[in-house]
Design a protein around this ligand. Structure first.
Ligand code: FFO
Ligand code: GTP
Ligand code: K
Length: 426
């Protein structure tokens, strides 16, 4: 096993820069640079020297014993002054004098996985945690990272294995006395697990939205004030506005942290019939994006109706400042904007608050497969004793599919996907 290293802090100037080392030679390298190996887990100030005896930096050195490190290997950290020159010097010494290899993105985490410090769902959670930009993203990622998926899988497994044991008891003791009808208990156990899986599956979409961001499209006639409203929400001139109808042609996106909800507002071309080819393309694109959006805000100028309206959409009167009633929203003055945002938060928050642990398409597929397997098993049990053997096999496959959610083995393709986007030094 190679001993690897990588800066764990981003490049550039900073107060402190951390260089991480992990692998069998980690402590030996610390001794070579620091003169001794400090007591594990105790940050110790040392003067680091290269082979010629020249000082590299005065740094805190932190070593971890194999049983007590993030990776599960002997490891160490050099907490250096955050200077690009110091980090560069350190890098050369570790590469050229100590013969270490620069870690690939995510390689420390991969080793933690291989040493069973983390399961694959936790690795996914960790990836999301590092990517998290809003409060709700942070909370969701932390829940996944904390190992909640493994607890749930364990609880499903227990019940499935109990169901399998009941089924197998009937098969094994076919001519003897066994609890005569197990089908009721088996079915009850399976229905229970099935209901929980279904809830998880329903939550995946919400979790995906939370990870990737919600899309809220602003729609309405030309000149309704869509771009002006977007600019108000963005707090900057993200979109061109003018009194000329048909100003916006392409979709303009503005990403906002709405009290923890990651939201991308979309400004789109005004909806109307038009002979202008380019504007017509814009209208088509607006409708496409609006269809895929999680929520749509229709800015209403008069009392026009919107054929695209879906249940849950928001219709709000435009240019409130020009109305006697002052109802609606004004991008120009900001009137009604807070009220509108509260409504958006309320609607998206409802989607986001589901207590899920399944957050990815991979999870959805495994759970969907499990539900299908449970359905087949229930059907076999219903057919009577002759079919119990098949039911047992179905359940074994269900357990395998769910175990894969938190597996340590056979996870290469999952890892490749995750680590392709991982930070160096993680
Ligand atoms: N300086 C520094 N800060 C850091 C990290 C780090 O590696 N270095 N982390 C890295 O990502 C996170 C902390 N994560 C860690 C996770 C596990 C262990 C660890 O030693 N685990 C052992 C022992 C646990 C214990 O004694 O309680 C284990 O799991 O066996 C250390 C750090 C966040 N902050
Ligand atoms: N009084 C008032 N004028 C507004 C308001 N919002 C926009 N306007 C004006 O209405 C005109 C059109 O505004 P835009 O924001 O460009 O409208 P739009 O809906 O994006 O227009 P298109 O991109 O052409 O579809 C501009 O002259 C704006 O200054 C508002 O809330 N109150
Ligand atoms: K306009």
């Amino acid at each position: 096993m190679d001993t690897i290293f990588a800066p764990a802090t981003p490049p550039g100037k900073s107060g402190v820069a951390v260089v991480r080392v992990s692998g069998p030679r980690a402590h030996e390298v610390v001794r070579a640079l620091a003169g001794d190996v400090p007591e594990p887990r105790r940050a110790s100030l040392r003067r680091l020297r290269d082979r010629s005896g020249a000082v590299i930096d005065e740094a805190l050195v932190l070593v971890f014993a194999p049983g007590g490190s993030f990776t599960g290997e002997p490891s160490a950290e050099f907490q250096l002054h955050g200077s690009p020159a110091v980090v560069a010097r350190m890098r050369r010494v570790l590469l050229e004098e100590q013969g270490l290899r620069l870690a690939e993105p995510g390689e420390f985490t991969r080793r933690a996985l291989e040493n069973e410090r983390l399961d694959i769902a936790q690795v996914e959670g960790l990836a999301d945690l590092i990517e998290a930009e809003t409060e709700l993203q942070r909370r969701l990622a932390l829940r996944v990272f904390s190992g909640e998926m493994r607890q749930r899988v364990e609880s499903w497994r227990e019940r499935l294995i109990r169901a399998m044991a009941l089924v197998e008891a009937v098969i094994d003791f076919a001519d003897e006395e066994v609890p005569e009808d197990v089908s009721e208990e088996v079915t009850a156990l399976l229905e229970d697990v099935r209901a929980e899986l279904t809830r998880e599956i329903e939550g995946v979409r919400a979790a995906e939205r939370l990870r990737e961001g919600f899309e809220v499209a602003i729609l309405g006639r030309p000149n309704a004030g869509k771009s002006t409203l977007l600019n108000r929400l963005a707090g900057r001139e993200a979109a061109l506005t003018s009194e000329i109808a048909g100003t916006t042609r392409d979709v303009i996106e503005v990403r906002i942290d709405l009290d923890g909800l990651p939201v991308t507002f979309l400004d789109t071309a005004g909806l109307r019939e038009t002979d202008d080819v380019v504007e017509a393309m814009g209208v088509r694109r607006a409708l496409e994006r609006a269809r895929a959006a999680d929520l749509r805000i229709f800015l209403q100028v008069e009392d026009e109706v919107f054929p695209e309206l879906r249940p849950g959409d928001i219709v709000v009167a435009a240019k409130a400042d020009l109305r006697d009633s002052r109802e609606g929203v004004s991008g120009l003055t900001g009137e009604g904007v807070d009220r509108l945002l509260d409504e958006v938060k309320e609607k998206l928050g409802r989607i986001a608050s589901l207590p899920v642990t399944a957050t990815r398409e991979r999870h959805r597929q495994a759970m969907q497969a499990a539900v299908a397997g449970i359905d087949r098993a229930v059907e076999e049990v219903r057919q009577g004793e002759a079919r119990l053997e098949i039911a047992g096999e179905e359940l074994r496959a269900v357990v395998a599919s769910l175990s894969g959610l938190v597996g340590y083995i056979d996870v290469e393709h999952v890892l490749d996907e995750i680590f392709s986007r991982f930070c160096l030094g993680k």
